[in-house]
Design a protein around this ligand. Structure first.
Ligand SMILES: [Fe+2]
Length: 315
């Protein structure tokens, strides 16, 4: 892999292609049959789950993303669905030490232009309107994703509302994800999660075993990224556990993240958890993906162990 995954000229070409993708900003009511996403079937088939690529969407003027509607959502979501903190963060931020902003979630939303903060409303499908919108979008993704990763399930959506110039530190996520930019802009830097010199087996094992998403971007990897300048009307595919960090543009940013899981991700997660346990015992397990038969055996061990724990816990 070259030092920089995407040459500047390629970036410009991508940016132009993205403009062609970006759809008009017509509002569409949830539940209607009108198309919300603009997906290039060939590009999806070539790149999904392997490398990032752009799609278009028609959500920019959707009433579910008005500030007043987002405030209402914020007031009705359970507290554990809302995560927020100061937005002036370094790329490498230890997750447990992320500074607070001294405000309530509602105050953070109302003052988002000036309070230099980052806020995410998680699992917004809790609200029926957002659930309908999520399902409408994923219904358009499913015909493209099923031939590649069958069994779409666990649809979940997240809404990020962030102050100008705020930073989302370097981290990984466990789901198939499309980040739809609704308002403002974002500079996204994505790193190849298949490359063990960028993302090690040990980092993946800790992520799945301890659920700590922030990682350290090592100096030698700082320039090895794909870069996207996301604009309203554009969406970006994040392959599962591809490391990334994000910097907002000069405006308030609102993004809608539509995610789902597939059965293959369960096996991946459980094998990494199993390997984490082996490594704690001083062993050096074969990384996930090297031996299919061993991976299957580890997967079944963890399943049986989890079932036993559930049975014993229920008594
Ligand atoms: Fe992320």
């Amino acid at each position: 892999m070259s030092t920089t995954l995407l040459e500047p000229s390629t970036r410009s070409a991508l940016s132009n292609a993205a403009e062609a993708h970006a759809a008009e900003t017509t509002a569409t009511e949830p539940g209607t049959a009108e198309s919300l996403l603009n997906i290039d079937a060939g590009e999806f088939a070539r790149h999904f789950n392997r490398r990032p690529f752009l799609i278009g969407h028609r959500l920019c003027a959707h009433p579910l993303f008005d500030l007043e509607r987002l405030l209402k959502l914020c007031q009705t979501l359970p507290p554990e669905h809302i995560e927020y903190n100061a937005g002036d963060l370094p790329v490498n931020q230890e997750q447990a030490l992320t500074p607070r902003n001294g405000l309530s979630p509602e105050e953070t939303l109302r003052r988002i232009r000036d309070c230099r903060s980052w806020l995410v409303m998680k699992w917004v499908e809790f609200d029926a309107d957002y659930r309908a919108l999520l399902h409408h979008c994923l219904d358009e993704v499913r015909p493209h994703s099923e031939p590649i990763v069958p069994g779409m399930r666990s649809p979940q959506a997240f809404i990020f509302v962030t102050s100008p110039h705020s930073v989302t530190p370097y981290h990984i996520d466990p789901e198939h994800n499309f980040l739809l930019q609704v308002r403002g802009s974002k500079q996204v830097r994505l790193f190849d999660g298949r490359d063990p010199s960028i993302l090690t087996a040990e980092e993946l094992e800790r992520f799945y075993a301890l659920r700590v998403r922030n990682l350290v971007l090592r100096e030698e990897n700082r320039d090895r990224y794909w870069e996207y300048h996301l604009q309203p009307g554009q969406g970006l595919h994040f392959p599962v556990t591809y490391p990334h960090w994000v910097q907002n543009g000069p405006e308030v940013s609102v993004s809608f993240s539509i995610t789902f899981r597939t059965p293959d991700l369960d096996q991946r997660r459980m094998v990494h958890q199993f390997n984490y346990g082996l490594r704690k015992w001083g062993l050096r397990p074969a990384p996930y993906g090297r031996h299919a038969v061993r991976d299957r055996a580890k997967y079944h061990c963890v399943r049986v162990w989890n079932r036993l724990k559930a049975i014993c816990g229920a008594r």
